[in-house]
Design a protein around this ligand. Sequence first.
Ligand SMILES: [Zn+2]
Length: 272
Amino acid sequence: MTKALELQNKVFGRLTVLKRVQNNNLGKSMWLCRCTCGNTIIVMGSDLTRGHTKSCGCILKELNTKIHTTHGSTQTRLHRIWSCMKHRCTNPKDVAYKYYGGKGISVCKEWSTDFSVFQQWALKNGYTANLSIDRIDNNKGYSPDNCRWSTTIEQALNKGNTKRYWYKGKHLTLKELSTKFNVKYDTLKRRIEARWSVTEAVETPAIPLKRLSKPKKIPLSFIYGGKKVSLYELEKILGFKKGVLRGRLLRGWDIKDAIKQDLQKRHKISNK
Ligand SMILES: [Zn+2]
């Protein structure tokens, strides 16, 4: 668990690690990465750390195909972004489908049906070859009003607020952990921030706040000047702010001491 979290947001060549996904058949940790070309790919953690995988495959493709004119390569990269975007939203066989199409993320009609519409929007809205397409609201789809061009680092940070944690084979947000396992959200958050393991944070029972002692019983009425008065009335008569005498009595003071503290005069006073 602790080891696995280390790759999130890290950059390997053209790849930025977005998040951990399910282990592969051999139990190796797998990571969803975004390539600078706009493609999304799932890579084995050790392939990243050992430097075996540095792109989605586009580096090789670029070496093989030799498109060198600026206009040509811009169009090629944009076109790849466009088709990958549609692919991960519509094709269940796409490795990232379950995070896009599978979650109801789609591409708006004007873009999905016509590359040139997408291309025009891209060029008008600050597209350059080092940027990739980013949804402003991660719960909404790809459309002109919900997209911008940003660096992959910005994108990874944008997603940081919904960080997920592995627990009992599931990948859950703190909110989900809190509801599913009936632990107060604040408690969970405090523990995770204090670097507890997820298991400890979820499974350690909260220590109930113990009362230090039973609430003290204090007299509520007094005889003052031959009359029975309430504690509140007494405070008023003697010119104390409301609650001052009560506070002193609760802290264990004798009523006489409680009054003497502020008054020059001696008052004849006794408990009922
Ligand atoms: Zn790539």
